[in-house]
Design a protein around this ligand. Structure first.
Ligand code: NAP
Length: 462
């Protein structure tokens, strides 16, 4: 009876996860999606605690307390700009749990003298993928947090070397399946799984880490599936499969939006010195035309149609509230304001949606790239707030540019453009941007948050 109850609860949890994933697909239902997923997780945890195989609750309680004490500040206080590294850290911890369960199960089986080949294969996958995710996620965390150098670290023959090490890991897994009690094979596999992720992440640039985190998300999901098979737990199999697949879909979507192949992200050393700027590199040939906050405000105050293009430079100073207040002021004066959302603006998928939703920008004002691109030609003023690559015309016009082919927001088609940025710094790709020297574009230099505040004050008196 208890088992049937547990399986029914797992079914309910799986159903909740599925509808949560669906709700997470749209900004206006995403919050409900998160709540449904959290409820599903609670159902799964409570059902698991009913399991008759639990011999003592003490350590579970200790673990839960440590998790809650560490998790609350992580969820509450980590700023949105640091979300990719926070997620990387969560993956590392989740994968560590899977790896430890795998090692524990292996030693239990070893000491009890019953280790079937199928069981060892599931445990092997769990430990291989889990270990790889632990160190890979910690590397991603270090690069994103700038504890480790963000530039790609490369050496001759690196890809061949890394693939050889990976092949040794897979071979030791095969060896273990053939001979389940061979602890040397188990040890080699564990060591390789921990080392190979460090080697694989080294040549990937810091700014590509969100893509790597998505890939590791997939691995963590697959490790959970393997754990589910190893310890005969259905919810782990279902949730792991959902996690693995959604991480993979996200990865494909991000690569597509950047027009870069998966292989280019993983092995292309994008962001290496040859490509990247130093953040202070000069703009494209030509002069940027500065504008005063007063003139910029006048232009926006009397515009009928304004489109705001937010980018990473909005996220850095956390200027989402100020941009919303500015939009409200323009609308009060009769202008129409919409926000153009590029799928990879910022540093993680949905970055701009989340920031603007936090500031209370209505969802119907957020317009996706495909839809807004048709509207730029009839737009009076485009306000670019800390966006660079996602509005760079070189993606369309310069076949030698590293971002050539990436879909962009066609800002240059608007009647006029005002760009807020601090100076002449390049974007993520390190390439120059002709938009900023286009005669249509005026530059309002300064920190985006401060510029938006000043623009708001000026519009009030315009
Ligand atoms: P971006 O190309 O990185 O440019 C950001 C711009 O913001 C910089 O040129 C910088 O210029 C400016 N800036 C920085 N701090 C600022 C501040 N406090 N105030 C005002 N301006 C500031 O940003 P993006 O246009 O959003 O493009 C995102 C890039 O990241 C794309 O290349 C994308 O492929 C990549 N990427 C995205 C994701 C994702 O999932 N979203 C994942 C991986 C990579 P100054 O230094 O002159 O101020």
């Amino acid at each position: 009876m208890r088992d049937i109850l547990i399986q029914l609860a797992y079914l309910l949890a799986a159903f909740l996860f599925l509808i949560a994933l669906r709700a997470l697909g749209k900004p206006d239902t995403a919050r409900r999606g998160m709540q449904l997923a959290a409820f599903g997780m609670a159902v799964g945890v409570v059902a698991t605690l009913l399991n008759a195989r639990i011999v003592s609750f003490e350590w579970i309680l200790v673990g839960s307390l440590i998790g809650a004490v560490a998790g609350y500040p992580l969820g509450k206080w980590v700023p949105m700009t640091a979300m990719p590294q926070r997620i990387a850290l969560s993956h590392a911890l989740g994968a560590l749990a899977a790896t430890l369960v795998g090692i524990g199960e292996y030693y239990n089986g070893l000491s009890a003298g019953h280790l079937g080949r199928g069981h060892v294969m599931a445990l092997g996958f769990e430990v291989l993928l889990g270990g790889l995710t632990v160190t890979g996620s910690l590397m991603a965390f270090g690069k994103l947090q700038e504890i480790l150098p963000g530039r790609p670290l490369t050496f001759r023959g690196q890809n061949a070397f890394n693939l050889t090490i990976l092949a040794i890991g897979v071979a030791s897994l095969a060896w273990l399946v053939v001979d389940p009690t061979n602890v040397v094979a188990a040890g080699v596999m564990l060591a390789v799984s921990l080392a190979v992720a460090v080697l694989l992440v080294l040549p990937i640039g810091g700014a590509d880490m969100p893509v790597v985190v998505s890939l590791l998300n997939s691995y963590a999901g697959l490790a959970a599936v393997a754990t589910g098979f190893a310890i005969d737990n259905n919810i782990l199999i279902i949730v792991g499969a959902l996690d693995g697949l959604s991480g993979f879909i996200l990865l494909v979507a991000m690569s597509k939006a950047m027009n870069r192949s998966f292989a280019n992200v993983l092995f292309g050393a994008f962001g290496s010195a040859a490509v990247a700027g130093d953040g202070g590199s000069p703009g494209a040939g030509g002069e940027m035309a500065p504008i005063s906050a007063e003139d910029a405000a006048l232009r926006m105050a009397y515009a009928d149609k304004v489109v705001v293009v937010p980018g990473y430079g909005l996220a850095v100073p956390q200027a989402q509230h100020q941009v919303r207040e500015l939009a409200d002021l323009i609308e009060k004066r009769g202008g129409e304001v919409r926000f153009a959302i590029h799928p990879v603006a910022g540093r993680m998928p949905g970055h701009m949606n989340v920031l603007l939703a936090e500031a209370g920008v209505p969802y119907d004002k957020l317009v996706d790239m495909e839809d807004i691109n048709e509207k730029f030609a009839e737009t009076d003023v485009v306000l670019v707030v800390g966006a660079n690559d996602v509005v760079n015309p070189a993606a369309k016009t310069n076949p030698s540019s590293p971002i050539y082919g990436m879909p962009i927001l066609k800002v240059a088609e608007a009647r006029s453009v005002i760009a807020l940025k601090r100076g002449r710094g390049a974007g993520f790709s390190g390439v120059e941007n002709d938009l900023f020297v286009d005669p249509k574009t005026s530059m309002l230099f300064g920190d985006a948050k401060q510029s938006l505040i000043t623009l708001g004050l000026e519009i009030k008196i315009a």
